[in-house]
Design a protein around this ligand. Structure first.
Ligand SMILES: Nc1ncnc2c1ncn2[C@@H]1O[C@H](COP(=O)(O)OP(=O)(O)O)[C@@H](O)[C@H]1O
Ligand SMILES: [Mg+2]
Length: 262
């Protein structure tokens, strides 16, 4: 297995004295062709990690390379080999699906001859071909999400980052997007990096997962390995044990104290 993303003590600290440790000394390897899930509660540092690996923000410490390119030195190369579905992406509502993909393709310098064919393929793959000339403002949330994922693939990057791809969707739309991701990972041979706090999505799609909490990686491996490491029965139990265990223990201690004094 060949690592395609590697981070070494990657950090992003915010605040005057760097007291907000959004990402803290992250050591991670993602292998070529796998679907990797970064799992963690709200505020854990998932979006910050993805932004660092897509050269949207600069790290305050450590290093990382993506497809062999250094995120400090080779920003443009990194952007060429990655596609990103951001957590709250912007969409040009007054464009049709076709126009939007055309626009995104131009931004990535996709040659015109290739672009026309690729847009056709993506619209078909994402089930949007019939609505290709409709303005995006009339699209449902699920359809918007699909067109955004399509646009992240317009330059055919080997690595696709999906930040909370289903969090804002109703169950039916979420299901559709999930199937789409599955078929991308099965047939398109891409490395997919998904951030989510929704466990079933990660369980179903990911070959390996990392659990992040307060900026730090606290578990890494296959789902079975993580369940075994924490002596849990399910990923949900493992997740709670790993990310909420301290608070739970504190709560129990408090209850015990109360019990003792009454
Ligand atoms: N631009 C910023 N300035 C200050 N703090 C930030 C900034 N971006 C993120 N953070 C903080 O970093 C932590 C991680 O955030 P984020 O990466 O968005 O988490 P997640 O995606 O896992 O919910 C949070 O505490 C968040 O408030
Ligand atoms: Mg996030």
């Amino acid at each position: 297995m060949k690592p395609i993303i590697r981070t070494a003590k990657l950090s992003k600290h915010y605040g005057k004295g760097g007291e907000i440790k959004a990402v803290d000394e992250l050591d991670l390897e993602v292998n070529e062709g796998e679907t990797f899930g970064l799992l963690g509660p709200n505020g854990a540092g998932k979006t910050t990690t993805v932004r660092l690996l897509n050269c949207i923000i600069k790290p305050t410490g450590g290093s990382a390379d993506v497809y062999g390119y250094d995120i400090f030195k080779n920003e443009t190369d990194v952007k060429r080999v990655t596609g990103l579905l951001a957590e709250s992406p912007g969409l040009y509502e007054k464009l049709s699906a076709y126009e939007f993909l055309e626009f995104m393709g131009a931004l990535y310098d996709v040659p015109k001859t290739i672009l026309t064919e690729r847009i056709e393929d993506l619209l078909k793959l994402f089930g949007l071909h019939q609505r290709r000339d409709h303005l995006l403002e009339g699209y449902s949330r699920g359809m918007k999400q699909r067109i955004l994922i399509a646009s992240a693939l317009i330059h055919d990057p080997p690595i696709l980052f999906l930040d909370e791809p289903t969090s804002m969707l109703d169950p039916r739309a979420a299901h559709m997007v999930k199937d789409l991701i599955k078929s991308l990972s099965d047939t398109a041979g891409k490395t997919i990096f998904i951030c989510s706090h929704i466990l079933p999505i990660v369980e179903e799609l990911c070959d390996r997962i990392g659990i992040i909490n307060q900026g730090r990686l606290i578990a890494l491996g296959t789902i079975d390995e993580i369940i075994a490491q924490t002596q849990s029965k399910t990923l949900e139990d493992a997740f709670i044990a790993l990310t909420g265990g301290v608070e739970e223990k504190e709560l129990l201690a408090w209850r015990e104290q109360r019990g003792a004094s009454t």
